[in-house]
Design a protein around this ligand. Sequence first.
Ligand SMILES: [Fe+2]
Ligand SMILES: [Fe+2]
Length: 334
Amino acid sequence: MYTQALNIKDMAAAAEDSAFDARFQSRVDAEEKIEPNDWMPDAYRRTLVRQIAQHAHSEIVGMLPEGNWITRAPSLKRKAALLAKVQDEGGHGAYLYAAAETLGVSREDLVEQLLDGKQKYSSIFNYPTLSWADIGIIGWLVDGAAIMNQIPLCRCSYGPYARAMIRICKEESFHQRQGYEIMVTLCRDGTPEQKAMAQDALNRWWWPVLMMFGPSDKDSQHTDKSMRWKIKRFTNDDLRQKFIDATVPQGQYLGLTFPDPAMKHNDRTGHWEHGEIDWSEFKRVVAGDGPCNRQRMKQRRDANENGAWVREAALAFAQKRRARAEAAARIAAE
Ligand SMILES: [Fe+2]
Ligand SMILES: [Fe+2]
């Protein structure tokens, strides 16, 4: 009896859910933005939390490889630009954590999941920055790849994420230009040693940058649903191809050689074709065994512990202020 009653209730709930689901999908199809208080399928919410958190973590961890060069920038101008850029990345992390919080999770919880290794950040930030040319390469290629990925996110179906991306993309385009300008200086105006340094940086970063777009479409777990929900607008392989097509002429202008003997222009399709990506390296780095994974996580853990007193002090100050304001309001009311 009891189970039967429960089954009927479950069926009613399921029917209601599928009606909500259909209405949700028709709003998405009509390019309406989904806002925090709107009904959304649980899986949509979970996908967004996972994606936005991973994005936020990447911005914050991404500050580390470049932060490494602030004290060693070759001029005051370069130092000021790099400092501003690294600070922007911290800001991006802050907007994105705020966007994730509109989905009912807390920033503290997300940071904890990063530190516990339950949530990921972009594999690219597990590679070391060995020379000043790496700073040029990161701006040119890593920020360049990020822009390619993120411009379509400005039209993502989830309102708070889409709006955060608009400002982020404007700043990323400044990052890309400052990186490319470093490359131009090294490659076109620099000494042979500086040009060799730039070539070495390209050799080391090119393949990891291509991996930033994620697994090939045939192996990507999340693409179909994300496309249907209009979180994603292009597949990983499409974005990777767009990036390569935009980047190769820039590299040619610098007089650099891409470390891919199979790379060639297909005159029929108009695309640059590339060689096989070593996905075993990608898997290894994502699983935690890249050149700098342990170092990056240690730095984030230390920063979290060393910053605890600041968060506690800010909280205590806010509580004190609130208590004071409440007391003043009480006296005024008497
Ligand atoms: Fe950023
Ligand atoms: Fe950036």
